[in-house]
Design a protein around this ligand. Sequence first.
Ligand SMILES: NC(=O)c1ccc[n+]([C@@H]2O[C@H](COP(=O)([O-])OP(=O)(O)OC[C@H]3O[C@@H](n4cnc5c(N)ncnc54)[C@H](O)[C@@H]3O)[C@@H](O)[C@H]2O)c1
Ligand SMILES: [Zn+2]
Length: 344
Amino acid sequence: MKSMKTIKVEASKNYEVLIGGGILPLAGELTAKIKKPGKAIIVSDGNVFPLYGETAVKSYKNAGFEVKSFVFEHGEQSKSMETAVRLLEFMATEGLSRGDLAIALGGGVTGDLTGFAASVYLRGIDYVQIPTTFLAAIDSSVGGKTGVNLAAGKNLAGAFHQPAAVFCDVDTFATLPEEVFADGAAEAIKYGCIADEKLFETLLNNDIKENIADVAETCVKIKRGLVEEDEFDGGARRLLNFGHTAGHAIEALSGYKISHGQAVAKGMYIMAKRCGDDAAAQILRALEKYKLDANCPYPAEALAQKALSDKKRNGGEITIVLLNKIGEAYLKKIAVGELVNYFR
Ligand SMILES: NC(=O)c1ccc[n+]([C@@H]2O[C@H](COP(=O)([O-])OP(=O)(O)OC[C@H]3O[C@@H](n4cnc5c(N)ncnc54)[C@H](O)[C@@H]3O)[C@@H](O)[C@H]2O)c1
Ligand SMILES: [Zn+2]
């Protein structure tokens, strides 16, 4: 195996995030170090399973796990109660018990769905994240936010449930379509915007594919810091929502045809315009580099209306994320009626 980075996360549960090449074939062995092998269900979508399912199944079987696979149709539409219920029924039919394991092999959709099912099955079983998208590697696989979408909006049903481990094999990024890689770049740009100007410069001026493991490590460390400070999202962790209030509304309004990363890109640009011209211009340059479209097809009123049916509403106020400058973000509480003005 090539060099591997280890990032320790200390939350309500402590776990390690391993990042590097060649990790997937070792996932079973690495899991067996932290968990006695029993039944394991590998959850994956119809794109990822044909590419990496066999390697994962073999690795877990060789490590002594009794492995079954649950494969669902790829795409955000599958991040639903319907799929979660099918997965839960599958876990029950396969007779998983409290000590058994779910394994999320895929992108953020797979991770959020698997984590959610693992959080409620028998009131909580362990799960491992094996992210195969850049986005999942740097964002959704770490931090324990799990969930599914409801008709009313994004991520409206969910739970905090930290993974037992995260195994990120950057070799799996080789098969990512360009636009899916770009979705991850949007979240990387977000980290740069809220916490790390140097990262922002790196994203802007370098071919990050050449040292993707380093970039992923930088991003995960930023997330780790915010999760450790505020695991349950009452304060500092909310900085990660930069661009997401509008972004989630854009995703929902598009019927999830606009991807999470593309929607967040638009959302960041919308908010940056309220943070002084320079931030907006810099963000635009970064988005353009990754072929992320900054233009939002929906009017401010529609965005605000959708956003206010979302969970981040708290009484008559909503917390938004703004930038002092690239690399420095802050939270601001505003009256819900004001939100629309920030989206114009
Ligand atoms: N829980 C969190 O903290 C958190 C954070 C950020 C985003 N999210 C969620 O993550 C989701 C987006 O994640 P995503 O962008 O990874 O979406 P995704 O899981 O749908 O993956 C995108 C596409 O890439 C395909 N794919 C995945 N890995 C591949 C590979 N290695 N090679 C080829 N194809 C591959 C998938 O089949 C899918 O079609 C959204 O639902 C978003 O809300 C959650
Ligand atoms: Zn996001």
